[in-house]
Design a protein around this ligand. Structure first.
Ligand code: PLP
Length: 469
């Protein structure tokens, strides 16, 4: 804790006034923010954060899906300090390199499992998930150009996907609210439906049958666009920001069959799912598919410093590097030495504490068992987990699975009760989602579930009083 930080010297009201006057927040309604005032987060430790009023909150979202190793890691601060004192910055353009970037690329290549004929020997660095997906668009188009198929430009994505907030990232994403602002998507990006069984499964249809049907939308779209015009398909292993949409087990194998059949590239956006979140270093391993490009960011540094990148599979790397000449693309901070040094220290922690193995093993089982028991709560229509991500859907009628009217904003009501009672849980429409730090102990999981139960009970009473149930 730094008692000399600005937050400690100004009152909460003063900070909120300055915040409102000067700071444009991402994804925020500023009229609303001005009347209510932002919550000022001042410090953290382990799985907890504290606000400027001294309130302690269990952060079940790991910041924004990134603080996988938990807060308060001195080793990460020391790695940054040492690297800043040695070489705070140098670029990787013009035939120069730096040791942390080389070490990190080597280490990530060793961590990314080979699947079938795909291996990952190369890494391209950026500073965020959005930038990484912009780089993917550049690399995919360059790849097909070099192979003499420049007409292959179309990238297929999914509705309700999240791939970042830059022009290309937001276009690849399938968030209608984002597309509505600023003439998006950009040309040659198109979307298919998401594999959300609870919403789109037909009466009597099994989850497995639905998974195959949902993957089939990709083939329909390829045929509609023209198979010789499609460059790639991009998807998150599990949709995170879309509300933790976990596809049925049949979905990914069928997607793999289709991308293989038409020879199109497969981009796995693992900005949330990699680095132990689903119990593996990379999530394609869990689902057993074979991506050509893997986007990462967030937990590669446990969020302590911005870093992102793309694992470039041998199929693409061979063409891009061996045949490509100069690729006119890159960022000032590609391979930033401080970010890479922090990432290396973060991977040290994850390896020493076996965080992916914990999630894959007994701790993940315990988390699943406790979270899935929420299905018995009267407000919960369904609950699902995969590794250390989990989501539940709030329903008006448990028997008929009748959903709430979106205008009733029940998710936001529930989120409010979480916040006021010491828990960070995110609302996406009527879905309540979490992605806790991978360091959670049995006692932490018990406490988390106690807080979720309490918030659901308070929400139920509140909705009853409002006449919504
Ligand atoms: C967060 C996220 C991004 C964007 O990452 P930024 O670092 O915010 O640019 C991209 N893809 C997925 C799947 C994400 O969850």
């Amino acid at each position: 804790m730094n008692t000399h930080s600005t937050a400690e010297q100004l009152s909460t009201r003063e900070i909120q006034a300055l915040d409102s006057a000067h700071f444009i927040h991402p994804f925020t309604d500023h009229g609303d923010l001005a009347t209510r005032g932002a919550r000022v987060i001042t410090r953290s430790d382990g799985i907890y954060i504290w606000d400027s009023e001294g309130e302690k909150l269990l952060d079940a979202m790991s910041g924004l899906w990134c603080v996988n190793a938990g807060y308060g890691r001195k080793a990460l601060a020391e790695a940054a300090y040492e690297q800043m004192m040695t070489l705070p910055f140098y670029n990787s353009f013009f035939q120069t390199t730096n040791v942390p970037a080389v070490k990190l690329a080597t280490r990530l290549a060793a961590l990314a499992p080979k699947v079938g004929d795909r291996s990952f020997e190369h890494v391209f660095f950026s500073s965020s998930g959005s930038e990484s997906n912009d780089s993917n668009v550049r690399m995919v188009r360059r790849y097909w150009d070099l192979l003499g198929q420049p007409q292959r430009k179309v990238i297929i994505s999914r509705h309700n996907a999240y791939h970042g907030s830059t022009m290309a990232g937001a276009s690849l994403g399938g968030m209608s609210g984002m597309h509505a602002q600023g003439d998006l998507p950009i040309p040659n990006i198109t979307h298919i439906g998401q594999p959300y069984f609870f919403e789109d499964g037909k009466p009597g249809e099994t989850a497995d049958a639905f998974g195959v049907r949902a993957a089939g939308w990709l083939e329909d779209k390829i045929l509609e666009v023209g198979p010789d015009k499609v460059a790639a398909f991009i998807a998150e292993p599990i949709q995170g920001a879309g509300g933790v949409i976990i596809p049925p087990a049949t979905y990914w194998p069928e997607i793999q069959r289709i991308v293989d059949k038409y020879g199109i590239l497969l981009i796995s956006d693992e900005v949330i799912c990699a680095f132990g979140r689903l119990g593996h270093w990379f999530a394609y391993e869990r689902f057993g598919y074979k991506p050509d490009l893997v986007t990462f960011a967030k937990a590669v540094t446990s969020g302590y410093i911005p870093l992102g990148g793309v694992m470039v599979g041998n199929r693409v790397a061979k063409v891009l590097i061996e045949q490509g000449g100069e690729f006119n693309h890159g960022y000032t901070y590609s391979g930033h030495p401080v970010a890479c040094a922090v990432a290396l220290a973060n991977l040290d922690i994850m390896e020493a504490e076996q965080l992916p193995q914990r999630v894959r093993g007994e701790m993940g089982d315990y988390f699943a068992k406790r979270f899935l028991a929420l299905k018995d709560h009267p407000l919960v229509g369904d609950a699902e987990t995969c590794g250390f991500v989990a989501g539940l859907v709030l329903v008006k009628n448990k028997q008929t699975k009748q959903r709430f009217n979106p205008d009733d904003a029940v998710g936001m009501i529930c989120r409010g009760h979480c916040f006021r009672n010491g828990l960070i849980m995110r609302a996406v429409g009527d879905r309540m989602i979490i992605a806790p730090p991978l360091t959670m102990t049995h006692a932490d999981i018990d406490e988390l579930l106690r807080l979720i139960h309490q918030a659901l009970d308070l929400t139920q009473a509140d909705l009853h009083q409002k006449g919504l149930i």
